[in-house]
Design a protein around this ligand. Structure first.
Ligand SMILES: Cc1cc2nc3c(=O)[nH]c(=O)nc-3n(C[C@H](O)[C@H](O)[C@H](O)COP(=O)(O)OP(=O)(O)OC[C@H]3O[C@@H](n4cnc5c(N)ncnc54)[C@H](O)[C@@H]3O)c2cc1C
Length: 385
């Protein structure tokens, strides 16, 4: 059986490793010239750690990332209004959660595959289905033929466009600064999340000594480029840093502007058809979500495990793809919708709503609802590979 995967991000690589684990060879075609250090930190929650466990990589991820045992929430004035101890949630979920550099997780996944299964510098520009096979065309003029194709090529997926045409992305109304600061004044296992007027922000240890991953998401019309004249990133970020406790302000102020990763936040409303014939989609290619629950990559990992399991069980490859899609639609749609709604609350502009939100977060009931929600998200089960 020949499986072709377009995209060597977290979703594509997880799927290839999961298939490898069940004895099926998949070839990954990645557009970038090499799998290099891109991105910043991200959270891999218990639900996805269990996915990594299924492919034998949970321990490696734990060793490279930082376990997040405690979350503090800050008010607009920089005071702690809630602290969540995560231990009991992780116990119920049967796995811990970490923050890790995206490149470190990508490397762990790539190292688990025979190197000849990943080809870089291969930009997919076309997908053609025949009765018994499917063919990919690449921008360098080469082609590859297989029995099924998995489009794991991210939010602007070419494979998705080949199935459904161009569908516009939905802008969330905020963009995001992400960066790695070369300083760490946070305890090794504590993360901080804050909300101010029209802005959410966070600080995370992520397993690299003396470094902190942080993000700031402000409301704004869509950003076309980081050099747009309406933006003075340094002045704006100083205004965000000023009310924060001094060690957090210091992390933002001491990050050079050239180290900032700046991107608009988009998602797509859930779609009922995920694939056609011999082609399916996975991860951001089909269900990109806003980052408010930190579950985008986690969903891509879950997808990969479920898809590998469906492929190995079904006699017919096409049936396997449709079964995988059925199994994943509901949960990923729930995450996309919930993340969108929570984002609207985190990004409140109206001073009255901001004030009410701060009061609400101080209430024990808010902590209880947050814990229940997390428990539900994190306690999902995945097939055994
Ligand atoms: C600000 C922000 C913070 C986030 N924080 C978190 C978090 O804390 N936790 C979490 O779980 N998720 C988080 N996410 C979401 C997460 O980054 C994505 O959901 C995840 O990366 C999706 O993985 P993927 O493999 O589906 O797609 P991608 O990571 O986008 O990978 C797609 C790959 O396909 C390649 N590619 C693209 N087009 C082609 C082509 N035509 N041919 C060949 N290759 C191609 C790309 O180069 C890339 O390597 C965050 C997202 C944002 C924007």
């Amino acid at each position: 059986m020949s499986v072709l995967i377009v995209g060597g991000g977290i979703g594509g690589l997880t799927t290839a490793v999961a298939l490898h684990q069940v004895g099926i060879t998949a070839h990954v075609y990645e557009r970038a010239p090499e799998l290099r250090e891109v991105g910043a930190g991200f959270t891999i929650w218990s639900n996805a750690m269990k996915g990594l466990r299924e492919i034998g990589l949970e321990k490696q991820a734990l060793a490279r990332g930082a376990e997040l045992k405690r979350f503090h929430t800050l008010s607009p004035k920089g005071n702690v209004i809630d602290t969540e101890e995560m231990e009991s949630i992780y116990r119920t979920a049967d796995a811990t959660s970490i923050c890790i550099h995206r490149a470190d997780l990508q490397q762990i996944l790539a190292d688990a595959l025979p190197s000849e299964q990943i080809q870089t510098g291969k930009e997919c520009v076309g997908v053609e289905q025949q009765a018994e096979s499917v063919t990919l065309s690449f921008s360098d003029g080469t082609r590859a033929e297989g029995e099924i194709v998995i489009g794991a090529d991210g939010i602007n997926s070419a494979v998705r466009a080949s199935l459904f045409g161009t569908e516009t992305l939905r802008y969330a109304g905020y963009y995001c600064y992400r960066a790695i600061a070369k300083t760490n004044e946070l305890p090794a296992d504590e993360a901080i999340f804050g909300m101010a007027k029209g802005v959410q922000l966070g600080f995370f240890p992520f397993g690299r000594e003396s470094q902190t991953y942080w993000f700031v998401c402000p409301n704004a019309p869509i950003v076309r480029g980081t050099n747009e004249s309406r933006f003075d990133h340094k002045t704006f970020l100083s205004s965000i840093a000023n009310p924060l406790p001094s060690h957090l302000g210091h992390i933002i102020r001491n990050t050079p502007t050239e180290d900032l990763i700046i991107g608009n936040v988009f998602d797509r409303p859930p779609r009922s058809t995920w694939g056609l014939g011999r082609v399916t989609l996975l991860g951001d290619a089909i269900h990109p979500t806003t980052p408010n629950l930190g579950q985008g990559a986690c969903m891509a990992i879950e997808d990969g495990i479920v898809l590998a399991d469906s492929i190995r069980r079904a006699d017919n490859h096409i049936t396997a793809l449709r079964q995988y899609e059925q199994k994943r639609k509901r949960r990923t749609a729930m995450i996309t919708r919930q993340s969108w709604r929570i984002g609207k609350i985190y990004q409140y502009e109206n001073p009255l709503l901001v004030h009410l939100r701060t009061l609400t977060f101080r209430l024990p009931i808010a902590g209880w609802i947050g814990r229940k929600t997390q428990q539900r998200l994190l306690s999902s089960t995945l097939p055994k590979l």
